[in-house]
Design a protein around this ligand. Structure first.
Ligand SMILES: C[S@@+](CC[C@H](N)C(=O)[O-])C[C@H]1O[C@@H](n2cnc3c(N)ncnc32)[C@H](O)[C@@H]1O
Length: 237
């Protein structure tokens, strides 16, 4: 794969790749981020902790790591939506054990066309998912549709560090080291070359924030974490 697939082709490519790495996904997240991914999801969830009551939608929920962090921090029901059945199933088998986790309701569905009614959720989270959508602005329109007026969207997504010393080191890690190691562990190097290319091709934080505003979110804010490896975005309907 030299370029990132687009349109419908991207959707089926992404679904196939996540199905192929499902069993190694959580381990690789932890190894490749040196466990820092747990902190990123903790920060993302904190954005909703002091927020008004009501159900949460965790979009692109994958193997449910963020859904579990949400029910651990706040006593709310969580609808966990993902279009890759294998990822959801693995998460359900591995994670839904404690009574808190019984508040997670997995739904196999497409974030571009959510099988959910308007004005339903008090909060929406999407961690490392928006970059994978075929049409991120279209996905944001779906999110605002299912969010209640006053509800909060929290996005966690990779970004590109800008520090002139750190940025080239990170790019070497992302493009050379990561695909080789992840390919070895998961057996699918292409999935992790896609990860690197999709991070390079994704919007800069100020661009994504401006799209959020155009779609109708207000009070849009964003802040980099861990030298800008990821960025957390928030917006209110
Ligand atoms: C990198 S994983 C993130 C999983 C989880 N949120 C986490 O924090 O680790 C991205 C997930 O987005 C899902 N995804 C990508 N495009 C989607 C779409 N259009 N609708 C629903 N899920 C989608 C993939 O199947 C995959 O499980």
């Amino acid at each position: 794969m030299n370029n990132i697939p687009a349109g419908k082709e991207k959707g089926s490519f992404v679904k196939k790749k996540f199905a192929s790495v499902t069993r190694r996904y959580d381990l690789l997240n932890t190894v490749l981020s040196l466990y820092i991914d747990h902190y990123w999801r903790w920060v993302t969830t904190r954005e909703l902790a002091a927020y008004p009551d009501g159900p949460i939608l965790d979009l692109c929920a994958g193997t449910l790591p963020l859904s579990c962090e949400i029910v651990r921090q706040i006593p709310r029901p969580v609808a966990a939506v993902d279009f890759c059945f294998e990822m959801l199933q693995y998460g359900m088998e591995r994670r839904l054990r404690s009574s808190a986790e019984k508040r997670i309701f997995p739904v196999c569905g497409d974030g571009q066309s959510l099988p959910l009614p308007d004005n339903t959720f008090a909060g929406i989270t999407i961690a490392f998912g928006i970059r994978n959508l075929t049409d991120p602005p279209g996905g944001l329109k779906e999110m605002i549709r299912v969010l209640r007026p006053g509800g909060k969207l929290v996005i966690l997504e990779f970004s590109r560090p800008r520090n002139p010393v750190f940025a080239p080191l990170y790019r070497f890690y992302l493009h050379k080291f990561l695909p080789s190691l992840a390919g070895l562990i998961s057996g699918d190097q292409e999935a992790y070359s896609y990860l690197a290319k999709s991070i390079e091709a994704f919007y800069a934080p100020e661009e994504l924030a401006s799209i959020m505003e155009k779609v109708g979110f207000s009070q849009v804010k964003y802040r980099p974490l861990t030298m800008g490896i990821v960025t957390v975005y928030t917006g209110i309907k």
